[in-house]
Write a protein that binds this ligand. Structure first.
Ligand code: ZN
Length: 266
């Protein structure tokens, strides 16, 4: 099916030709997206790189502003290199609306299946940030070390891909694995992936980025606290403290977002 481009917008302005144009099974676009949205998503990718959450790998996505059954994500590219022109649109089956020969991230199913399972989630960040990984390997739950990481007080489940799929390449490379990961996430904000990394979610792009950054920082602090305390109990945030502090964070994440965006030139 022929796709044509709306000249009045940059980026994701791909409208599907009428059905009688015939030919392709590409999903229909959720509609044009403002250039500022694409710039924000490119900025999010660069922020995660700048903050040491992602390196050559990892990715961030957001739900389409006008269609809850579509999401936006970069083509397969190192996060620090993403520009607004690299952003592509997917349906929740992770089919690209307008691939034009561009490669997709193998693990896009992390995003599609979380967006499908969690209508409240508007953005998803997946990383292999190094301080988090040990907490997916040992029987030591992640706890909220300080107020900025308050969301962690709700609990951080661990997704063990081996439990359902046996020996794999560890990647969430199809819908079935994405569904299993989303089930492990449940109603929480963050899920760890055994011997792989983690996923942070949020009700907005800035909050998902905020949580990805502070999940990594919290992991480092918890390791330090544990060493300092000789492995004894840690006076982490209680669930009640976490709930109250997270409310403040939801209102103030924009301050960090504005700072981090400026750091990456957006
Ligand atoms: Zn990964």
């Amino acid at each position: 099916m022929r796709l044509f481009r709306c000249a009045c917008h940059s980026g994701l302005s791909y409208l599907r030709a009428p059905a009688d144009a015939g030919g392709s099974s590409l999903p229909r676009s959720g509609g044009p997206v403002d250039a500022s949205v694409l710039a924000d998503l490119a900025a999010a990718s660069r922020i995660l790189a700048d903050q040491g959450v992602v390196d050559a790998f990892g990715h961030v996505s957001m739900r389409h502003p006008n269609d809850p059954n579509r999401f936006l994500m970069s083509r397969s590219l190192a996060p620090a290199l993403v520009t607004p022109d690299d952003i592509m649109e997917y349906d929740l089956d992770c089919e690209c609306v307008d691939p034009r020969g561009r490669g997709s991230f193998l693990e896009r199913f992390i995003h599609g299946e979380i967006f499908r399972a969690r209508p409240d989630v508007m953005a998803v960040a997946h990383s292999h940030s190094p301080n988090v990984i040990p907490f997916g390997l040992v029987d030591k739950p992640m706890q909220a070390m300080f107020h900025n990481a308050a969301f962690i007080a709700r609990g951080v489940p661990v997704f063990d891909i081996n439990a359902k799929f046996g020996d794999t390449d560890m990647l969430v490379g199809n819908a079935e694995k994405g569904v299993a990961l989303a089930q492990s996430l449940g109603d929480k904000d963050v899920v760890l992936m055994r011997a792989h990394g983690s996923v942070a979610t949020g009700p907005s792009l800035p909050v998902a980025v905020f949580r990805a950054v502070y999940t990594e920082m919290n992991a480092r602090l918890q390791f330090q606290a544990s060493m300092l305390g000789g492995g004894g109990p840690i006076a982490a945030l209680s669930p009640g403290e976490g709930k109250l502090a997270d409310l403040v964070n939801l209102g103030s994440a924009s301050r960090a977002w504005d700072l981090w965006k400026r750091r990456v030139g957006y």
